[in-house]
Design a protein around this ligand. Structure first.
Ligand SMILES: [Zn+2]
Length: 438
């Protein structure tokens, strides 16, 4: 599903597509001088050159993308509302400190309270297949699931309406736990906690599920942006060229985090990326790296670099650190969908009304993140610190393609630092990511 709120669902996307087609058609008739009102918008070779065809196709795609962005920006000011104010952002106390992931001025944490996200009124339920088209590759058919209009959804009833088994109550005294079993995995929620799980993998929800009259309620955005993409499953669609950009975090004077022994993040992210590039090339990927040596590159330039390469996917590789030396494990990040609080905010404002270009790929981001996260945990045996959402990651949010950022362990943890500085561990990380992209 496109990263649009209920007020501008598929109907608007379809309208955008029609408008783009009309624009292309108008350009065609104006430029070519065609007077036939039924002139095709596919620009047959008998009328125009192949080069012109390509130009028109690009213009049509650009017009569609521009219009979608305008729609999303407009929708960001629509500010729909929670009917229940119980869904709050869960600010994790154990925030990692790999801080050099954003550009611009940090926002104060005591910013004015944000207007909570709202759902448009009187919007009919939509069918969502959770797949956003990318790079001209048509989305495959996928199961469609209904996304209701109400902000809190009785999960048991929703499951049955969508031909899934109902919820199983696995609660123990004082620890509510419910599981939805689907053909491709199981989804566990804990009312009162944003910590969820998908087939054993940790996943952070945007809103804490509620338990009202023994009925577990899931927020509509968690249903649409988390559960449905999980139920649909799969991986992001890529072009035949299979272009991927790997981004070794930091570089040059920006060393990133460091271990107590002085090992620098920038060195180990580069080595991880070079190993991964080699593996991916053998799997048929066209790989470009934002840096191949100890040089500095702004986050904006990293995004521009990825655009120039017309990458299908973008992976940013990092290692973590915190003031708590016992923290260890793997985290995988993608951009927070509009309307949903982030799981990690650090010292930055988390404006839930913002929409970024990368929000077009909310569903694919999650699928990519989970596939990689699962593979890394399996290969390294590292602690699962979850797939998380954040808005402040500049290198992700401007990406016009599925994009994730991987924190491959904590340099601030002495035991994990020993692993990270070993070639064997970095090779395992590289192999795991490559395996996830087969
Ligand atoms: Zn980093």
């Amino acid at each position: 599903m496109f990263g649009l709120p209920a007020s501008v669902g598929f109907a608007s996307v379809a309208a955008a597509g029609r408008l783009a087609q009309r624009l292309a058609h108008l350009v065609y008739t104006e430029v070519v001088g065609g007077s036939n009102p039924s002139a095709p918008t596919t620009f047959p070779k008998t009328l125009v050159s192949t080069r012109f065809n390509r130009t028109m196709a690009r213009m049509s795609k650009s017009a569609l993308q521009l219009f979608l962005l305008l729609l999303m920006t407009f929708a960001a000011h629509g500010k729909p509302s929670l009917t229940h104010e119980t869904g709050k952002a869960k600010k994790t106390a154990d925030m990692p400190m790999d801080l050099d992931l954003t550009e611009g001025q940090p926002q104060p944490t005591n910013a004015a309270p944000q207007t909570p996200p709202k759902a448009a009124k009187n919007t009919p339920p939509r069918k969502v297949n959770a797949v956003a088209p990318t790079n001209s590759v048509p989305a495959p058919s996928a199961p469609a699931y209904m996304v209701p209009t109400e902000n809190w959804v009785a999960l048991d009833r929703w499951a049955k309406q969508n031909k899934l088994p109902g919820l199983e109550n696995l609660s123990t005294p004082g620890a509510p736990l419910y599981e939805l079993r689907a053909p491709i995995g199981s989804f566990q929620i804990r009312p009162g906690s944003n910590l969820a799980a998908w087939s054993g993998l940790e996943l952070r929800l945007g809103f804490e599920p509620q338990l009202i009259a023994d009925t577990p309620l899931l927020h509509r955005l968690d249903l649409e942006k988390n559960l449905v993409p999980l139920l649909v499953g799969g991986a992001p669609h890529v072009t035949a060229q299979r272009v991927i950009v790997l981004d070794p975090g930091h570089g040059g004077t920006d060393s990133g985090t460091r271990s107590a022994e002085g090992d620098l993040e920038k060195d180990h992210t580069l080595d991880w990326a070079l190993r991964l590039a080699s593996l991916l090339r053998t799997q048929g990927w066209t790989v470009a790296l934002t840096r191949t040596n100890d040089t500095q590159m702004s986050l904006t330039d990293r995004v521009a670099f990825t655009d120039r390469h017309r990458a299908d996917l973008f992976l940013s590789l990092h290692f973590n650190a915190t003031t708590q030396p016992y923290h260890a494990g793997i985290e995988t990040y993608c951009v927070t969908p509009m309307g949903m609080p982030s799981n990690v905010t650090r010292s930055y404002e988390d404006n839930t009304t913002l929409v970024f270009p990368n929000n077009l790929f909310d569903a694919q981001n999650l699928q990519l993140a989970l596939n990689i996260h699962r593979a890394i945990l399996k290969a390294t045996g590292g602690r699962d610190r979850g797939v998380r959402r954040a808005r402040f990651l500049s290198v992700l949010r401007a990406q016009n393609r599925p994009a994730v950022l991987i924190e491959g362990g904590y340099l601030s943890n002495p035991d994990e630092a020993k692993l990270i500085i070993s070639e064997d561990y970095r090779q395992k990380l590289a192999q795991a990511v490559a395996d996830a992209l087969k």
